[in-house]
Design a protein around this ligand. Structure first.
Ligand code: AMP
Length: 454
């Protein structure tokens, strides 16, 4: 069903011959329940050669440029400079290369995965120097550094944990589930690797039992997924595919490496005006694109903007658009209970169905996001004894704290004000926002363009 256009992946590795020779046992494939109902996902032969694929028990993921990814299928793998090693280190950094040993360490499976140092200059796991010749259990997502605790080169990903069995066969044929990334309002999110390319993806698992009974299971997942798959823009998290089983919906998304904008902002408390502009411009372009394609996000918030990398000036990507199309309208309505801050005033109007709201709700949320980036707080503050949040929003009782806003330009404040206009028919549109004087910054636009071009 899906074809990936994502560029977030890793290169395919070489050298999977191994020294131990025998295929590993205990892979996630071994935990399959034969009771499972047939999912709607298409299943396919991932290699295209008609041969059954041996499920790997682990994956090596590169952290540093020049290193490659590798599936671990056999019981033992050697890593080093020597051409006889299963994993041969790259020599693109001559100074570093000299510190690598011919055989630096090896990884092997003995019930659990283990690592053993064989080097002159040391192997570090999660920052700790390994004693030479000592066998140490290799935990899931351990980072491996060579010759110094800071020279992280590889991450080990254990594929033998139990979560895999929750996924339909159609997905497990094509994705290797690595670890849980976190739990959101919709359900759990897993890091997975596409079989073959080892491209990283995020898979959202949304249990049907958690969703409103009266609404959800009628969704035609395939048809909705096909619409969302057509959306391709550097500012949005690519929707790769979706399917469902009796128990849950599964949504496969492009993986974004840098976490949520909300966390980024929390660490910095506020973003300076320059950074706010750089981030906000990208978000407006993405929302503009979605709206132009007939998709209203309706759950736009800082948590739904992901960073594509951990760079100082990262590419940002809007996510979770269209989830209502897959998991049902009620599921999105449920998430809104926790995010009143972003709700447009018209959403509170009694008797209206949320589905009837237009693009203007996204523009209101953009206003809240910009306010938050610039000032480090929401424009609407929960005060138990005072005016309710809904009332504050309907009357646009925005608190522009003079101490905070004194250093922020009038132009930025003007854009916030235009986006936070109570009357949706008079509210600034994404097109108007893009033309607003505050966003007319050729240097910033050039930077975004360069990021988009990769
Ligand atoms: P959510 O359900 O969207 O709240 O996400 C739960 C956790 O998974 C959060 O820590 C997110 O940052 C993470 N997450 C969700 N989607 C992705 C993605 N596409 N790439 C990387 N991490 C993600």
């Amino acid at each position: 069903m899906a074809s990936s256009g994502s560029s977030a992946g890793t290169g395919t590795g070489t050298g999977s011959s191994g020294t131990g020779g025998s295929a590993a046992t205990g892979s996630s494939a071994d935990t399959v329940s034969t009771q499972r109902t047939e999912p709607e996902c298409e299943s396919q032969d991932s290699r295209g050669d008609g041969e059954a694929r041996v499920a790997p028990w682990g994956i090596i993921i590169p952290i540093t440029e020049g290193f490659h990814s590798m599936e671990l299928v056999n019981t033992e793998y050697s890593f080093g400079r020597d051409f006889n090693c299963d994993y041969i280190f790259p020599d693109n950094d001559a100074q570093r290369y000299r510190t690598y040993s011919s055989r630096h360490f090896h990884i092997f499976l003995n019930g659990d995965p283990f690592i053993q140092d064989d080097s002159m200059n040391g192997t570090y796991m999660n920052g700790n120097l390994l004693s030479r010749d000592e066998k140490v259990v290799l935990p899931n997502y351990a980072t491996i550094a060579l010759g110094g605790a800071e020279h992280h080169v590889l991450t080990f990903c254990n594929l033998m944990h139990q979560d895999g069995h929750k996924f339909p066969d159609g997905l497990r044929d094509r994705y290797m589930i690595a670890k849980e990334l976190g739990t959101g309002v919709f359900g759990r999110v897993f890091l997975a690797f596409r079989v073959g390319s080892l491209e990283r993806v995020a898979i959202k698992m949304i249990p049907k039992q958690d969703l409103a009974l009266q609404e959800v299971p009628t969704t035609n997942v395939k048809a909705e997924a096909e619409i969302l798959q057509q959306l391709v823009h550097p500012g949005i998290v690519r929707f790769l595919e979706a399917c469902d089983s009796e128990e849950a919906f599964f949504i496969v998304l492009e993986y974004a490496d840098g976490g949520e904008l909300s966390q980024w902002l929390k660490r910095r408390r506020v973003l300076c005006e320059k950074t706010s502009k750089f981030v906000f411009y990208q978000i407006v372009l993405a929302v503009h694109y979605l709206n132009e394609q007939g998709v209203i996000h309706r759950d736009l918030k800082l948590q739904n903007v992901l960073l594509a990398s951990t760079d100082e000036e990262p590419l940002v990507k809007v996510t979770d658009f269209g989830l209502a199309r897959i998991a049902g309208e009620q599921s999105v309505a449920r998430t809104l209970c926790g995010t009143l801050h972003y709700l447009a005033p018209e959403v509170f109007d009694v008797g209206k169905s949320r589905a009837g709201y237009g693009k203007a709700v996204d523009c209101w949320a953009l206003g809240v996001i910009l306010f938050w980036c610039l000032s480090g707080r929401s424009p609407f503050v929960e005060c138990p004894a005072g005016t309710s949040m809904a009332e504050q929003i309907r009357s646009r009782r925005v608190v522009f704290d003079p101490q905070v806003w004194a250093t922020i330009s009038q132009s930025a404040r003007d854009l916030v004000t235009h986006l936070l206009t109570v009357d949706p028919s008079r509210r600034c549109t994404t097109q108007q926002a893009l033309q607003h004087p505050w966003l007319q910054d050729p240097e910033m636009k050039m930077k975004v363009q360069r990021l988009w071009e990769g």
